[in-house]
Write a protein that binds this ligand. Structure first.
Ligand SMILES: *[C@@H]1O[C@H](CO)[C@@H](O)[C@H](O)[C@H]1NC(C)=O
Ligand SMILES: *[C@@H]1O[C@H](CO)[C@@H](O)[C@H](O)[C@H]1NC(C)=O
Length: 413
């Protein structure tokens, strides 16, 4: 997730495709979803498909935000208890603490931010999917000696995906923090680099794409060889690149086809059968970095991701307008998951305690709208903000999100 200030600045620049409707893209929603799942789930008794999506049920998920890349704005108590002080990113905190102390502080964090009891609670809330943001440095061989990141996270990731598999979750892993950072001043990348301009982050060059392929190759290998990863069905190759410019053109032209090929090549070297192939996800056209499919010669089992923060879009701060915006589908690629969204509203208008019915409607309308595509993944499960508009578990506790998601109004729009 982007920090609030910059996200609103960027949202204002994004093309806002409110006019798009699914039938205009040549698909009808439910048929499209069934088609997708039929392609994916090619199960026989002797060769059960591992890479399933929830059959006939939309994706309903939460992000594990701040588990493997801490964003201080949403985990401020955690950040200060780790001794990170006013440092702005993981890189800065590790520089401040030194490697050894940082590794101890982060191990404590990984062990306690998302626990097995959180995963069980998510399942009891009728969720079926988790998305886990990762930094490239989780494979420690990829980072340069000059790069300061915590070490030792991989075992904790293994625990989480295993707990999630035990509960039957579908799992999306994503490259959230790319080498040299895909956005220079967004700590969601693990780095905060004030000397680099917003339009010129350093990820977008061949030398850094190469390191991202290593990440994807190592992750694909792990997913297909370590049984704890058995429910991982999708890898997203990059989270939230910057808005369309020459750099993102190079990303779509060079990085996307090679990232796709990297994952498929590892699969073919391992002899992975087609019904176990991973979905490979890219940010969709509506995100604003350009059409991800433009230079793809092969998009078999590709998938797309839209992030839709209505509170940062140019919607007037009027409840009726928010509820209307929540009913407008976005996205320009198929199949699509809305992989980040929330109930945040501009200027923190409408305190949740006094507006429970509004937030219930706002949630259900967004959820049902996204369910006309493949479904949704909320940002995020847990925060230190004590604000149900960001924090799924707090929103359930506040009676805004129902524990049984099937109990939502089926047609709130
Ligand atoms: C894993 O990363 C290392 C660099 O640490 C790289 O040399 C290797 O090729 C990568 N493996 C795969 C399968 O991509
Ligand atoms: C599914 O299995 C059928 C029959 O074995 C095969 O012809 C088809 O190519 C498979 N489809 C996919 C997407 O793997």
């Amino acid at each position: 997730m982007k920090s609030l200030y910059l996200l609103s600045a960027i949202a204002a620049l994004l093309p806002f495709t409110l006019a798009w409707l699914p039938h205009e893209a040549g698909i009808t929603n439910l048929e499209g979803r069934d088609l997708f799942q039929t392609q994916l789930v090619n199960e026989t008794e002797s060769d059960p498909a591992k890479r399933w999506l929830p059959n006939k049920t939309p994706i309903r998920g939460v992000n594990l935000g701040s588990q493997f890349i801490i964003e201080p704005w949403m985990a401020s108590t955690e950040w200060s208890s780790m001794g990170c002080g006013s440092s702005k990113s993981e890189f800065d905190c590790v520089t401040l603490l030194g490697q050894e102390s940082a590794d101890a502080a982060f191990a404590n964090h990984w062990n306690s931010w998302i626990t097995q009891s959180d995963i069980k609670k998510m399942a009891s809330y009728s969720l079926n999917t988790i998305r886990i943001p990762l930094g490239y440095w989780i494979f420690e061989g990829i980072k340069y000696d000059s790069e300061h990141f915590p070490e030792g996270a991989l075992n904790y990731l293994g625990d989480i995906v295993e707990w999630a598999a035990d509960e039957g979750f579908y799992i999306v892993l994503n490259l959230h923090g790319a080498p040299f950072a895909q956005d220079a001043k967004q700590p969601f990348t693990g780095q905060y680099i004030p000397s680099i301009s917003d339009s010129n982050p350093a990820f977008y060059q061949t030398s850094q794409y190469n390191r991202a392929y290593w990440f994807l190759g190592n992750l694909t290998h792990l997913v297909h060889t370590d049984n704890r990863y058995r429910n991982v069905g999708m890898i997203e190759v990059i989270n939230e690149p910057i808005g369309s410019n020459d750099l993102t053109d190079s990303m779509r032209r060079e990085y996307y086809p090679n990232a796709y090929a990297t994952i498929r090549n590892v699969e073919s070297s391992l002899g992975v059968s087609s019904n176990r192939a991973l979905h490979i996800q890219m940010m969709d056209n509506a995100w604003g970095s350009g059409d991800p499919t433009q230079y793809l010669s092969n998009n078999w089992e590709a998938a797309y991701d839209d992030h839709n923060y209505i509170g940062f879009s140019p919607v007037s701060v009027v409840q009726a307008d928010y509820l209307q915006a929540a009913c407008n589908p976005r996205g320009g690629n198929w199949p699509l998951i809305v992989g980040e969204w929330s109930m945040v509203v501009a200027n923190s208008a409408w305190p949740p305690q006094a507006n429970v019915q509004f937030y219930k409607d706002f949630f259900a309308r967004q959820a049902r709208t996204y369910e006309k595509q493949l479904g949704w993944i909320y940002w995020t499960w847990k925060t230190d903000l004590n604000d149900p508009r960001w924090d799924y578990s707090a929103a359930v506790a506040a009676g805004i999100i129902p524990k049984n998601l099937d109990s939502m109004d089926a047609n709130p729009c």
